[in-house]
Design a protein around this ligand. Sequence first.
Ligand SMILES: C[S@@+](CC[C@H](N)C(=O)[O-])C[C@H]1O[C@@H](n2cnc3c(N)ncnc32)[C@H](O)[C@@H]1O
Length: 458
Amino acid sequence: MSREYVKPKPGGVIEVDVDGLSVKGHGTASCGEYRVTIRGTVPGDTVVARLRKVRHRRREAEARVVDRTDASLERQEAACNHFGLCGGCLWQDLTYDDQILLKERVVWEAVQPADDVEIGQTLRAPSPLQYRNKMEFSFGTGETGLVEIGLHPAGQFGRIFDLGLCELVHPVASEMVEDIRVFANERGLSVYDLKQHLGLLRFLTVRYAAQTGEVMVILTTSEEPFPLVEDLATRLVEKHPDLASVVHTINRAKAQVAYGDESRVVCGKPAINDRLEPFMFEISPASFFQPNTFQAERMFERVVDLADLSGGETCLDAYCGTGGISLFLSQMAARVVGVEVSEDAIRDAVGNSARNGVENCQFISGPAEDLLGQLRDQGDRFDVAVTDPPRAGMHHRALRALIDLRPERIIYVSCNPAALATDAAALTAHGYRMEYLQLVDMLPQTPHCEVLVRFCLG
Ligand SMILES: C[S@@+](CC[C@H](N)C(=O)[O-])C[C@H]1O[C@@H](n2cnc3c(N)ncnc32)[C@H](O)[C@@H]1O
């Protein structure tokens, strides 16, 4: 449809045809010379939208849907009452089949795999709801002055909405939210105020071990005294027999970080256990653990398949977290070296190896950008390297050292297709060939996905 546009300005209303998809899963459309990103739209939609932000120099704008005049995909009723407001799930009103197609499109557009790259079938999640094993909730104060616990509305990190039921997590997480909110209001506990830096309650994190059913509650507060934490823990344990651990952590910093610098186990164990067949993992409060237990197990199995090991290989597991991929590789490799910046995670990785009787894994703690260079400089050699960096992708020094280490095969596990594309270009420029690509849907209802890519030398 041809339309005439005046220069966009905030508050202005436009009608556009959505024809692109950003890496964050938002639809994009042209408005004259400007590219407009519109949350909640997908390619093929025609929408009337109100402009919010306009960046004239970059010829970019953001807009919110006012009316969808033509929808390209079937919309369904979202499972969650908070859909639309909550910043967590963008695609709950789309069928699961369409979500997968959109994720594939995001990855293809970002990575642009060559025609000779083999594409594996996307690993769909067995359960598109109630799959998350961890959720961080924030405390807030409602208009009536009562304590609220919830999640952030889309794009508004200074605000929260009071949560009823979150459909992404096991129901026990929403029950904890409710019980802790009731306790906080009964006992008149205060909420930390971001501007004044006063008040007590900051975050509530609930971890749920999907295979063992163990639950961990982590309460993050300011440094104000919290003598009632014992009463709160006692009440929660009485009500929830599967509550295996209550941890209180103090964040003295202004930064909104859900794990503090001083922690204490209020009751139960310091860590919970979960199983990724055939291994049992201990998960401490601050350690990274893949958020979808069932998909993590399948993804780690695929990593081992792609590593194509015959038993004599030495493997590197860069960004190893609590050692999940290392343990899976250890079944088929002679030796595995895991590298990870978090000392807590390394402690868990060492413990996880011992607990599972694994003797061929070694774990080193420190930044990959330093440690991979040290491994290279001391002449270590790896047949296969797995790299699973955080969203930003690999630090350029870590990537350089990995290239210098010259493993025959590199399995890149990515949670950000844009960062993957950048790192893939560097690997390709230094003699690696992208051979295989497969998506793993770790986080249904959201645009996030994991991508497995195998690079080979030559
Ligand atoms: C996506 S997670 C992967 C963890 C692990 N492979 C797993 O599947 O459980 C990324 C990990 O990188 C770690 N990390 C972040 N920055 C790092 C750095 N500069 N050097 C080493 N590890 C880092 C994080 O602590 C986190 O455990």
